[in-house]
Design a protein around this ligand. Structure first.
Ligand SMILES: NC(=O)c1ccc[n+]([C@@H]2O[C@H](COP(=O)([O-])OP(=O)(O)OC[C@H]3O[C@@H](n4cnc5c(N)ncnc54)[C@H](OP(=O)(O)O)[C@@H]3O)[C@@H](O)[C@H]2O)c1
Length: 266
């Protein structure tokens, strides 16, 4: 079982907080060599400090997912330094709290840049290194709102839905190269995602959503994710009873639209 972790080079984006941070501790404590990324180098240093004394190692590589022009060079540097990249966990992302009618197009683009283009840019940059090393596992993070529309999340939902198309294609095109692909579908995980969610002005929402506060912990989410990765699941559901909405949307769409339509924008 330890082979899953030990000595593996695991690149984790969104590593400064929430689900990504919890995954960092799982991998480092079990002996992996983690490359931890987000925009915030101070927070990455905090995470690295917490890893001191653990079995594995951590290297902070800060970068902005929206800066797609810089990503290819960065991936080359990481691959050269680490020798290979075994697992890429694309966890970093930003949410939204704004109605369509209030959301300026630049904000739609900003959310797409971070959640979609940043994620696929890093994936495309890492892919050739994985192929030449004989394979690897690439993970993207969607959301339950990557499976249906949801009030106040138009660009967020669109960016996550786009990931499904890209990563299913990646799996189909590169199975022959021993590239495994998994898409995480979290429901509610108690993180700061609603605090940093962008409002119509582009400022942070700055509040904890009531629903999110009832979500599972990031540690529990990391356990569910790792169980799914070990089983090489194409899709990994992360969360609790809220995941029922996925089945309601699929099998009882009229009921879904009735329920989701009752949600009051806050
Ligand atoms: N929590 C949930 O209930 C939930 C539900 C569905 C999906 N998700 C998804 O799960 C993933 C992790 O979210 P979380 O819940 O753990 O939230 P979080 O605690 O807010 O973590 C988000 C992470 O993304 C990083 N990030 C944001 N913008 C970035 C940028 N421009 N460049 C680089 N890194 C950036 C943040 O780092 P810095 O701010 O330090 O850059 C942070 O490390 C996200 O993709 C989110 O959409 C979460």
């Amino acid at each position: 079982m330890n082979d899953f972790y030990s000595g593996r080079v695991v690149w984790i984006t969104g590593a400064s907080s929430g689900i990504g941070e919890a995954l960092v501790y799982k991998f480092v404590s079990n002996g992996s060599r983690v490359v931890a990324s987000s925009c915030d180098s101070d927070q990455l240093d905090r995470v690295a400090d917490r890893c001191s004394g653990m079995k594995g190692s951590i290297t902070a590589v800060p970068f902005d997912l929206a800066d797609t022009a810089a990503i290819e060079k960065l991936a080359g540097e990481v691959a050269a330094k680490e020798g290979r990249i075994d697992i890429l966990l694309n966890i970093g992302g930003v949410s939204q709290r704004a109605l369509i009618i209030d959301t300026p197009l630049w904000l739609d683009r900003r959310i797409m840049e971070v959640n979609y283009f940043g994620t696929i840019a890093l994936t495309k940059a890492v892919l050739p290194h994985m192929i030449s090393a004989g394979g690897g596992h690439i993970v993207a993070t969607s959301s339950i709102s990557g499976r249906f529309g949801f009030p106040l999340r138009s660009a967020y939902s669109a960016s996550k839905q786009a990931l499904h198309g890209f990563f299913e294609t990646l799996l189909l095109e590169h199975k022959k190269d021993n590239i495994r692909v998994s898409v995480l579908i979290p429901g509610r995980v108690r993180t700061k995602i609603s605090f940093s969610a962008l409002t119509a002005s582009g400022k942070e929402h700055g509040k904890m959503d009531e629903g999110l506060d009832k979500g599972i912990t990031p540690e529990r989410a990391a356990e569910q994710i790792i169980r799914g990765l070990k089983r090489n699941r194409r899709e990994i559901l992360v969360g609790s009873s809220e995941l029922l909405m996925l089945s309601i949307r699929k099998y009882f769409p009229a009921l879904f639209f009735r329920l989701a339509g009752k949600i009051k924008p806050t």
